[in-house]
Design a protein around this ligand. Sequence first.
Ligand SMILES: C[S@@+](CC[C@H](N)C(=O)[O-])C[C@H]1O[C@@H](n2cnc3c(N)ncnc32)[C@H](O)[C@@H]1O
Length: 268
Amino acid sequence: MDRPEWAPPDVDLNTPSAARVWDFFLDGAHNFAVDRQVAAEAIRFKPDLPELARAVRAFLRHSVRLMAHAGIDQFIDVGAGLPTVGNVHEVAARVNPQARVVYIDRDPVAVTHGKAMLAGNDRVAAIAGDIRDPAAFLKSPELSRLIDFDRPVGLLLCAVLHFVGDDADPAGCVATLVERMVPGSYLAIQHATHDAQSANTIQMLKYWNSQSPEPMTWRTRTEIAAFFHGFTLTEPGLVELTSWLPDEPAGADPARFASYAGIGRKNP
Ligand SMILES: C[S@@+](CC[C@H](N)C(=O)[O-])C[C@H]1O[C@@H](n2cnc3c(N)ncnc32)[C@H](O)[C@@H]1O
């Protein structure tokens, strides 16, 4: 296929990327044919994937509002994805126009577009980084310019930790990030789970992992809860993603979005 003018030169057009498949689910325009093919096949196994993506974004926006109303005015969004409607800096600025945000992603299309979209906004930055090596991006000059770790921070890890395999020590990666954060800081996590899932949904996971260089590791509620070590969960706790949605249809399966989500406040 022809390389779109927005695609960075080193991006492989023939390999699907989690960021661009997610962009497709969210009706974005920055995806390639290979992303759309894999997305369409995944949707055959789990038809509500686009709805799931919108539900994750709703949880993310809710988390930012909750944190901003609690006084948080600096946010780090790791695995931020492609810029999309209702981004963290827009939601935070509605509560506090002085809020600062750093978006981090390992996907070059996500980072390139983040930089382009944020050009001229000196309260926000998009930087390349991998959550499996948080010490590296914590040294970034752009992050140091915007984030003051002597004050509380809001850390957003939505739909990213399940891309970190057990061999990369996800708990250690989260610990490296949160140990920089002072008490009163916040952590929001959304994470996929195989708890209570249908055979079709598990087939979708197997299909994704057979096609993608970014395989997913789905975890149990207990495993996900461990990421909140040192934090007190806000109500309603670490619950199914559907429990955070105000308009769930009556009788809908609470486990239908195959994920748990929670928001914690760092203990003194
Ligand atoms: C499913 S999207 C979620 C995007 C956004 N957080 C949201 O909730 O809408 C997952 C994102 O995580 C990024 N990602 C995956 N593994 C990563 C890693 N090891 N380090 C940083 N970003 C990663 C992908 O590039 C992608 O943009």
